[in-house]
Write a protein that binds this ligand. Sequence first.
Ligand SMILES: [Zn+2]
Length: 406
Amino acid sequence: MVSSPLEDLFARALGLEVPWQLARVTFSEEDRELHLYLDFKRGGNFSCPDCNNSELTAYDTQDKKWRHLDFFQHQAFLHARVPRVKCPSCGVRQVAVPWARSGSGFTLLFEALILTLVQDLPVKALARLIGEHDTRIWRVLRHYIDEARSREDYQDVHRIGIDETARKRGHQYVSLFVDLDRSRVLFTTSGKDQSTVSAFANDFVAHGGDPEAVTDVCCDMSPAFIAGVENDLPEAKITFDRFHVMKIVGDAVDKVRRAEQKDIKELKGSRYLWLRNPETLKTGQQEKLASLTQYNLKTVRAWHIRLNLRDFWNLPPEEAEEHLKRWFFWATHSRLEPIIDAAYTIKRHWDGILRFARSRITNGILEGINSKVQIARNRARGYRSVDYFKTIIYLVAGKLNLSLPT
Ligand SMILES: [Zn+2]
């Protein structure tokens, strides 16, 4: 059946196996298309895709077409009439073909190309490059990511970080659940309420994880996350993320400064001097800070209180609590309303803040993951749907073992 050397070459390149053969090849110079027509030997045996009964013959056929890897400047397509078999146990079934997975309009090799390119290209750019609509690419990604996730095992996961990220700046949140020891996103779901933790726990169990074996959770002070952890991860001790704790005090310093700059004009535009860590400031900024700290300002007092809390994070457990108590006393006696408020917020979350001295966990990993996700997001100028957003999160931060089709 295969006669010309060219057709023989294509047949071998495609790795065709009995009973499949290459029937003919057509080039269309005009459309820049290459069409490869496959056929099977009459009377060949096929397997039932469900029970693997392999002694079946074709019952009828359906014409199918798949996009394959380009052949130089030609887009290449495979065509075949795909048999259906009448299996005594399963009924009428379409047989599996070796070059594509069921339901896909791309060959496995073309899907492998998509999965490779999408590591470095936004989906939209990839869609333009290969001349396909991006929804078809998303469908391929979803399939391989779902499949890779279904193989994931969470048996050895004990420390989890929870944070939220936004699909667009400021709205449509998704919550991220991260394995803090392996720096990978385990789960992501819409919203940032308590039910997200239940959804995580269910997914965790489905992947062999034991919610009662989760010993530590790092999160911000959102009541939703706290209640969710107490409910669904009952053995976990919460460590409040240090960056979120410091942000509360930093915001208090800024409130003091904004109130004070009405009288002290020199404080205008100095916001970052008080919020950044002094050692990271540029020389000019350091000089400005040094000159402002000579005055007896409320802002300067608030700033010293913030710096003192910074030391807490470096202390061993036996000194950490003493330090935090002394800090609380100082802050609550500062006569600076925003600082006093911040001190009471810390008091209400005392155990979870103190817990850091023993657990030493932060959501720093999540910041890194978040920036990867946001870079991907910005390149794609937002995602049309939350589903796409979740898919890209798993792709860039799931450390999934995507088994490339070969
Ligand atoms: Zn069967």
